[in-house]
Ligand binder design. Structure first.
Ligand SMILES: Cc1ncc(COP(=O)(O)O)c(C=O)c1O
Length: 393
C-alpha cells in the first residue's frame, strides 16, 4: 500500500548526499571488514553520548544480546537469576534473557509516560528478588531514571538500558542511556540515524567494555588492545601468537559490523543534532493537538527537557476510541503501527517460555489503546497539518 505519510521516508538523514559519499567510500576503501572506520565511529559516539567506551555491533538486537552475555561471562548474573524488564519493549530485549537462562519478570509501565517508573519497580520487588533490570526507554520517553538508579544502587541491582528508541533524549540530570552499567542503541533504518543495520553499546566500565569485544567476535581476543591481550594470554598460559589467534576465552558470537557501518555512522552523526531538534519540535506540536482532544491520554514528558523520538505515540482513552482514530489515520493515508510490540507478555514466544500470567494493567492498557506514526525530519507542513486534522474529534 502506498501511504501519503509512511512510517519513514528515507534510509538516511540527508539521503542523496550520504548515498554518494557511501559509494565513493566503497570504491576507495582498501578494507571493508571491521577496522578503523568502526573504531573511529565508536570513539565519536562514546564522546557524543558522554560515556567512556562504545562498542559497535551489527544491530541493536545484537547489542542487547551481547550486553547480557557479557554480564554472564563476567559472573555478574547467573542462570535462573530473576531479571526484570519493561513490559512495553521489543523482542530483542526479552528474548536474550530467555535464551541465556535468566528468569524474565515483566515490569509494568505507566501509560502516560510509556515507561517503567520507580513505583512499578517497588511493586515488583515486593514479590521478586531481582538481580538485573533491563529498562527500555520507549520512543524518546523515559521513566524517572535518576530515582530508579538510586534505588538499584542501594539494593545492588544491575541496570541495563535499551536506548534504541531514545538516542539524544536528555533528562535534567543526564542523557538517556547513561543511568546504567551499559546501554544499547540501534541504527536500523527509521531510527534517529541509520547505518542500514547497526547497533552500539555504551559503558563506563572497562572490564565490561573488554568483555563486549570478546563477545562480539567469537570469544577471542583479536580486537582487544595489546595490554588486554597480554593479560588474557597470561591468565590462560597462551605462549605464542600462533596459538593466541585461535584461542576462544569465553562465550561469544559473530556480531561484528563492517566498515560500511563505521563509515555511515560517522557520516550520519554530523546531521544528528539538527534532526533531533526538528523531531522534538514536531513532537511538541503534535502533542499540543493531542492535548486538545480528550479522546486521548496526554503524555507526561515534563521531566524530559530534550525529547528525541522518531514517532508520535497516541493513546486512545478506550480500545474503541483507538479504533476510531486508527480508521481516521488509515483513511487519510497515514501509516500507523502498534506501540512497539505492545505488552510483550502477550506475544506467542513469551507465553511459550513463561507460563506465569503477570497482572500488568498499564502495559495492557497501552497494548489495547496505543498506536504510533512516524516522526522524521522530512515531514512537511502539509503532513503535519494532516496529522493534526486526524487528531480532531
Ligand atoms: C527498543 C528496541 N530495542 C531493540 C531494537 C532492535 O534494534 P535492531 O533492529 O537494530 O536490531 C529495536 C528495534 O527497533 C527497538 O525498538
Amino acid at each position: 500500500m502506498n501511504f501519503k505519510i509512511p512510517l519513514m521516508k528515507h534510509t538516511f538523514l540527508q539521503e542523496s548526499e550520504t548515498k554518494k559519499a557511501l559509494a565513493d567510500f566503497i570504491i576507495r576503501a582498501e578494507r571493508l571488514s571491521m577496522g578503523k572506520e568502526c573504531e573511529a565511529f565508536e570513539k565519536k559516539f562514546a564522546n557524543y553520548q558522554g560515556r567512556k567506551y562504545a562498542v559497535l555491533f551489527n544491530s541493536g538486537g545484537s547489542a542487547n544480546l551481547a550486553m547480557i552475555q557479557a554480564l554472564k561471562n563476567l559472573g555478574k548474573i547467573r542462570n535462573d537469576d530473576k531479571a526484570g524488564f519493561s513490559a512495553i519493549t521489543w523482542s530483542t530485549n526479552t528474548m536474550p534473557l530467555i535464551q541465556l537462562g535468566l528468569k524474565p519478570i515483566p515490569l509494568d509501565c505507566e501509560p502516560s509516560i510509556l515507561n517503567v517508573t520507580l513505583k512499578n519497580i517497588l511493586d515488583t520487588l515486593q514479590r521478586h528478588d531481582l538481580k538485573l533490570i533491563f529498562l527500555t526507554n520507549v520512543l524518546g520517553l523515559t521513566g524517572d531514571l535518576s530515582n530508579i538508579k538510586k534505588l538499584c544502587d542501594e539494593k545492588g541491582i544491575l541496570i541495563l538500558e535499551d536506548n534504541c528508541e531514545s538516542l539524544g533524549t536528555e533528562l535534567s540530570d543526564g542523557k538517556a542511556g547513561n543511568f546504567s552499567i551499559a546501554s544499547s542503541f540501534s541504527f536500523f533504518v527509521a531510527h534517529h540515524m541509520s547505518t542500514i543495520e547497526g547497533g552500539m553499546v555504551c559503558t563506563d566500565d572497562e572490564s565490561f567494555y573488554e568483555m563486549l569485544k570478546i563477545v562480539r567476535a567469537n570469544g577471542w581476543d583479536r580486537n582487544l588492545d595489546d595490554e588486554q591481550k597480554v593479560k588474557w594470554r597470561k591468565a590462560f598460559n597462551i605462549k605464542s601468537e600462533f596459538e593466541a589467534s585461535y584461542t576462544f576465552y569465553d562465550l561469544g558470537y559473530n556480531l561484528r559490523p563492517t566498515e560500511i557501518t563505521g563509515f555511515l555512522g560517522q557520516y550520519q552523526m554530523q546531521f544528528l543534532d539538527e534532526n533531533i531538534q526538528t523531531r522534538q519540535r514536531n513532537f511538541l506540536r503534535i502533542q499540543k493537538a493531542v492535548e486538545m482532544n480528550n479522546d486521548f491520554v496526554p503524555l507526561n514528558h515534563t521531566h524530559i527537557p530534550l525529547l528525541s523520538g522518531f514517532a508520535f505515540p497516541f493513546i486512545g482513552k478506550t480500545p474503541d476510541l483507538r479504533e476510531k482514530y486508527i480508521q481516521k489515520f488509515i483513511k487519510a493515508g497515514i501509516e500507523i503501527r502498534p506501540l512497539i510490540a505492545g505488552n510483550i507478555q502477550r506475544q506467542p514466544f513469551y507465553k511459550k517460555y513463561d507460563e506465569n500470567e503477570y497482572q500488568l494493567n498499564g502495559a495492557d492498557y497501552l497494548h489495547e489503546c496505543g498506536f504510533y506514526t512516524g516522526n522524521y525530519p522530512e515531514l512537511t507542513e502539509a503532513d503535519l497539518l494532516l496529522i493534526e486534522d486526524c487528531l480532531k474529534k
